[in-house]
Write a protein that binds this ligand. Structure first.
Ligand code: RP5
Length: 168
């Protein structure tokens, strides 16, 4: 089995957040790999990874990093594989530092940025990219989204049972 999605993080201290992406891909039975690489501590390895990702069959990269989070952008600079960046909350700046670093890419080098610590959404977006050319994944995705709708329908049924004198 070869990975279709590559999950990269700047440090294993990012793992508690990035595991949400692993768990979602596992649940959806999408082959993935997970590694740590740092734009600042291992720049040569990051470059090798980015340059070889497409030829290795990787269809989407999820890159999470905190602080001066250069990792997603540096990867995007050397590949045409779509990169989704996850800003990690990991400093006194509460993840805003990583958000700005990941989001503010120059024209020509896009990184799709999800919410601070939004690793699950990164995995869902990766699945949406893969599903455009995979009918089985598309069906799973449609079922997943229908499940989200059911949750809100149920929430409204529960809210309807709340009893207040002035509730209309
Ligand atoms: C970033 O620096 C990593 O992505 C991590 O969020 C942060 C701190 O790394 P450690 O000092 O915990 O290894 O590059």
């Amino acid at each position: 089995m070869s990975p279709l999605v590559s999950i990269i993080m700047g440090s294993t201290s990012d793992l508690p957040v990035m595991e949400k992406a692993c768990q979602f891909l596992e649940e959806m039975e999408i082959p993935f790999e997970v590694n740590a690489l740092s734009a600042h501590r291992t720049p040569a390895e990051v470059s090798d990874f980015a340059r070889n990702a497409a030829s290795r069959g990787i269809k989407c990269i999820i890159a999470g990093a905190g602080m001066a989070a250069a990792l997603p952008g540096v990867i995007a600079a050397e590949t045409v594989v779509p990169v989704i960046g996850v800003p990690i909350k990991g400093s006194v700046l509460e993840g805003l530092d990583a958000t700005f670093a990941i989001m503010q890419m120059p024209p020509g080098i896009p990184v799709a940025t999800v919410a601070i610590n939004g690793a699950q959404n990164a995995a869902i977006l990766a699945m949406q990219i893969l599903a455009q050319s995979d009918e089985t994944l598309m069906q799973k995705l449609v079922a997943y989204k229908a499940g989200l709708k059911k949750k809100i329908v149920k929430a409204n049924e529960d809210l309807a049972k709340l009893e207040y004198k002035f509730k209309c």
